[in-house]
Design a binder for this molecule. Structure first.
Ligand code: NAP
Length: 342
């Protein structure tokens, strides 16, 4: 059967372009005994794809985690219609032996596909959002690394995105004073609906002035999704022995390959030293052993109505490159996904 995939055709300079990716048709191998044929249903669109595009060899498949449906099976434990989750990249279809770990993406660790857990009637797409990687990143990146306490002040940057919107809500579950920064007025409105105590459009205000209003006693915990000037300004307002979870630095991803420019992020060392901060960079993969416990906790919050979500869904597998460009431009609120519609 004929399948489609997207390869990295050119090294992006600055903001990626649709032409940096090449759509390719391929003839899939036949499904042999023990194998299954998967068809993509939802593909995750994530900022990390931008910095991976700096190092992936040209011609490589672009990475993504995918919710896929079994459309042909020669494996006794998988039947047509079952849903799985698998990291096989920007592909419409994939033939795999579910017993064997595989690495469809250059440089990524081998993984096995997983049968999609039964979350009890919730939308399957949540396995890529609040009940998946962004959820676990938010939950453990906040609670395991920053010792958050009731009454403390938490700042979240990238607050209306997949990870940030969950971090802020967990901050409220923990009874913290939660402040979020996001890039549009409508995102700010949504953050207020989610229960953030304060939310600001960072494109319109001064971060330092906003923190004077919302954190008069300083910031105790900072969950950083963006880096750059926003983070410098937050670091400068942190209390002595404040804690920082360094999750991402999206403000610099488009400039990573440009060695002619000075680093985008102003030095954070001085406020980090002056305020004696504990700073934890992390990758969510460090918690693979506790992943399902985290998902259960998140599902519990969701079922109690304490965790709300939004998804920005781009329709059509062919629009994968545009959906990726849009996430870097801030067009998404909540989790960015492509619904393949194959
Ligand atoms: N460490 C880990 O294991 C791990 C795991 C998952 C994600 N991450 C990181 O966490 C961050 C959030 O990921 P996500 O999946 O939740 O993405 P996301 O926040 O849903 O989407 C990215 C958002 O970044 C914002 N943005 C883009 N350019 C920006 C800039 N120059 N300055 C400030 N904000 C900018 C945009 O929102 P605005 O409209 O608000 O600008 C955009 O919507 C990313 O940095 C990602 O790499 C890390």
């Amino acid at each position: 059967m004929k399948a489609k995939k997207f390869l990295l055709a050119k090294r992006p300079t600055g903001e990626p372009k649709v032409t940096d990716f090449e759509a390719v048709q391929e003839e899939l191998p036949p499904v042999c005994d023990g194998e299954i044929l998967l068809e993509s249903v939802y593909l995750s669109v994530d900022p990390y794809m931008r910095y991976m595009s700096e190092s992936l060899p040209l011609g490589s498949i672009m990475p993504s985690t995918v919710i896929a449906r079994v459309v042909e099976s020669k494996h006794a434990n998988y039947k047509v219609g079952d849903n799985v989750i698998a990291a096989y990249g920007w592909r419409s279809h994939f033939v795999v032996d579910p017993e064997k770990p595989f690495s469809a993406i250059v440089g990524m660790k081998q993984t096995k596909l997983q049968i999609l857990p039964d979350f009890g009637g919730v939308p399957t797409s949540l396995a890529l959002g609040i009940l998946g990687m962004p959820g676990v990143t938010a939950l453990y990146g906040l609670t395991k690394l920053t010792q958050p306490e009731a009454g403390e002040t938490l700042v979240v940057s990238g607050a209306a995105g997949a990870v940030g919107s969950i971090v802020g809500q967990i901050g409220k579950i923990l009874d913290m004073n939660v402040i979020g920064f996001a890039g549009t007025d409508s995102k700010v409105e949504w953050l207020k609906e989610l229960g953030f105590d304060y939310a600001y459009n960072y494109k319109k205000i001064s971060i330092k002035e906003a923190l004077k209003e919302s954190a008069p006693c300083g910031v105790d915990v900072y969950f950083d999704n963006v880096g750059g000037q926003i983070s410098y300004d937050v670091f400068s307002k942190m209390n002595t022995f404040g804690r920082v979870s360094l999750c991402g630095a999206i403000s610099s991803y488009n400039d990573m390959g440009d060695t002619s420019k000075p680093p985008l992020a102003p030095a954070i060392q001085l406020p980090a030293i002056a305020n004696q901060l504990s700073i934890h960079g992390f990758l969510v993969t460090r918690w693979l052993n506790e992943w399902q416990d985290g998902v259960k906790q998140l599902l519990g919050y969701f079922k109690k109505g304490k965790l709300k979500y939004r998804e920005t869904i781009t329709e059509g597998f062919d629009n994968m490159p545009q959906a990726f460009i849009d996430v870097l431009r801030g067009e998404n609120t909540g989790k960015a996904l492509v619904k393949a519609n194959l």
